[in-house]
Design a protein around this ligand. Structure first.
Ligand code: ZN
Length: 348
């Protein structure tokens, strides 16, 4: 029986240290913190948010969630948590890994002094004998390349250098795609795909690498080793947020969320990386729209604007939020022995 304490040290603006100590409860081997502590930390108060959800926020952000669910909304954009929100007595709790790897980097995206963005590596998924998702209307490999080429043009116009992992209908292995980005310093990796599923399935989703020690529908097993891509966890989620929110806003497509996965391009990459799924080839109505040049332009434009917003926040100190809000904190855990929550046992 152990009760753990998570000591969260906040390095405040001006170099003054304020310390908050949060109780950590272990539920089925996952560390959780109380959402009441989280709301207090961000100075959030109850808000009117999504129907049926618990919603808190400040002037800039409204966060909505539900007990026992992995859905998490920030300003109405959907994220999928690595672990469900739990209810212990009257307390709602969120896993500390979601707190560190999702909630905090999304609410307070940080300037990374060692992160510069000069080159965008665009990876149009599939190619050659690998068509990806196929319908009578379009092949995924062609849609991916069409959006990628439009995105290249827009980014070049903004002064970015662009490298395409493929610029034609040929096959590349996943590792070859990653190797291209890993050879280019100061780059990010944006993999463009389109989806397949049940014919009714539709909408846009964006994937980032699952954090160390987590599982999710797309990350499958819980994995405790740190992957190369995990070195960029904060940048990954910041990039996903910037791109995904703009794509949802401008397309009006169903928001399938920012989700976690361990797709091989995300695992071994040493640059900030996302995998963007622009809609369902298997949905006739959506696919007909995706096959039009105007919809491809719209997707390319929102990805481009997302990349620019990411660059302004993460790579440019002068315009960073850190100048107006407290500086990024460091999270340290200290574990001390005491008594445990029997919640997991009571649940069964
Ligand atoms: Zn694909």
């Amino acid at each position: 029986m152990v009760m753990m304490l998570l000591a969260l040290f906040m390095c405040q603006w001006g170099g003054v240290y304020a310390q908050n100590t949060w109780d950590v409860t272990s539920i089925e081997d996952v560390e959780y913190v109380k959402l009441s502590d989280v709301w207090r930390f961000y100075r959030f108060t109850p808000k009117k948010g999504r129907p049926g959800c618990v919603s808190y926020g400040s002037g800039k952000h409204v966060v909505s969630l539900k007990p026992e669910k992995q859905d998490f909304y920030v300003n109405n954009y959907r994220y999928v948590l690595s672990h469900p929100v739990r209810k212990v007595g009257s307390d709602l709790m969120i896993s500390s890994v979601d707190m560190r790897k999702l909630v905090d980097p999304v609410l307070r995206p940080r300037y990374s002094p060692d992160r510069k963005l000069r080159t965008v590596v665009i990876d149009p998924g599939h190619g050659g004998h690998d068509a990806g998702a196929v319908s009578s209307i379009a092949k995924e490999k062609d849609l991916n390349l069409a959006v990628a080429r439009k995105l290249r043009k827009l980014l070049q116009r903004q002064g970015y250098r662009v490298v395409m992992t493929r610029d034609g209908d040929y096959f590349l292995t996943l590792q070859q795609r990653v190797d291209i980005a890993n050879r280019i310093p100061d780059s990010i990796f944006v993999s463009i795909h389109h989806n397949a599923g049940r014919s009714a399935a539709s909408g846009i989703e964006t994937f980032t690498l699952a954090p160390q020690g987590t599982t999710s529908p797309f990350a499958r097993s819980r994995r405790f080793d740190e992957l190369a891509g995990n070195n960029q966890d904060s940048e990954n989620i910041a990039l996903a947020t910037a791109v995904h929110s703009r794509a949802i806003r401008s397309s009006g497509a169903i928001d399938r969320g920012i989700q976690r996965a361990r797709f091989s391009v995300l695992c071994t990459i040493r640059r900030p990386a996302i995998l963007f799924e622009g809609g369902f080839v298997s949905n006739p109505a959506e696919c007909s729209r995706m096959a039009t040049s105007s919809y491809q332009n719209l997707l390319a434009d929102s990805i481009c604007k997302g990349i620019m917003a990411y660059n302004n926040t993460v790579c440019r100190p002068a315009q960073n939020v850190a100048s107006t809000t407290p500086r990024p904190g460091r999270v340290r855990t200290s574990i001390s022995g005491s008594s445990i929550s029997n919640y997991a046992k009571r649940e069964r």
